[in-house]
Design a protein around this ligand. Structure first.
Ligand code: HEM
Length: 218
């Protein structure tokens, strides 16, 4: 393999397992949630057997997804703090879509950062409103007035729609930028991918590698 196109580790196995558990939960939640919310999608519930089983399973999967996402949140939040390079990237987004990367992008670009914070906000709203709506012996839905629960249902549905839209964009972008899916399936990207899409992150990785090498020599 050519030296300039060697592979660089981007995600460890545990990060990937974590990501795919969250993604699998998301699919189950979207199917069961849409089945419960829109009568025309009620046939999605067949994945769970019946609409009743979909209703029982939905909140438990929601809790698993929230916990899984929180692990991602603490792993990646520091890499998703906006900086001035993001303004440059966002102002030149047209060029980026045409395939010409702009700015000294770190581990994540401005688009990924917006997605990250939008996912975080949606999941937080969905957890709080979901618990308020949960008609279960373990929870306290009866402690909330009917008005509060109605507002919770409305916010839950809006947050779900925004999250579904975000995930569609997230998946589309992952497929659009060639070589990105491999980061989440095999954990690696090519050196060329890193240099052209995330140059500041690439330099950081190279500096760390150089430090480790020189520490081994000593
Ligand atoms: C269902 C199909 C999905 C696919 C194909 C997919 C694909 C990917 C890929 C390829 C990456 C690596 C991007 C990079 O390193 O530049 C990634 C990162 C990530 N994904 Fe997904 N993903 C999916 C669903 C989800 C879901 C449902 C969530 C959470 C709601 C999620 C949250 C994340 C997060 C937090 C990252 C780390 C990068 C960041 O902060 O933007 N993904 N995904």
């Amino acid at each position: 393999m050519k030296q300039e196109n060697r592979l660089i580790q981007r995600y460890s196995a545990s990060e990937r397992i974590n990501h795919w558990i969250v993604a699998f939960c998301f699919i189950l939640l979207a199917l069961s949630g849409l089945a419960l919310f829109y009568p025309s999608f009620s046939w999605f519930a067949q994945v769970f057997g019946t609409l009743q089983t979909a209703r029982i399973i939905h909140p438990f999967v929601g809790i698993i997804m929230f916990i899984g996402f929180m692990i991602q949140f603490f792993r990646y939040a520091a890499h998703n703090i906006p900086n001035k390079e993001d303004v440059r990237w966002a102002l030149s987004v047209k060029e980026v879509v045409m395939g010409h990367e702009v700015g000294d992008v770190g581990k994540y670009n401005a688009g990924q950062k917006v997605m990250f914070w939008a996912m975080t906000a949606c999941l937080f709203v969905m957890l709080v409103t979901g618990v308020m709506m949960w008609q279960s012996p373990y929870f306290f839905a009866d402690n909330f007035s009917i008005e509060a629960r109605r507002i919770a249902i409305l916010l839950h549905a809006w947050a779900a729609l925004i999250l579904i839209a975000c995930i569609i964009v997230h998946v589309y972008a992952a497929i659009w930028i060639r070589g990105t899916i491999r980061a989440m399936t095999h954990g690696v990207v090519t050196e060329n991918w890193a240099k052209s899409h995330h140059p500041a992150w690439y330099r950081e990785i190279m500096q760390n590698e150089a430090k480790v090498k020189s520490a081994k020599k000593d």
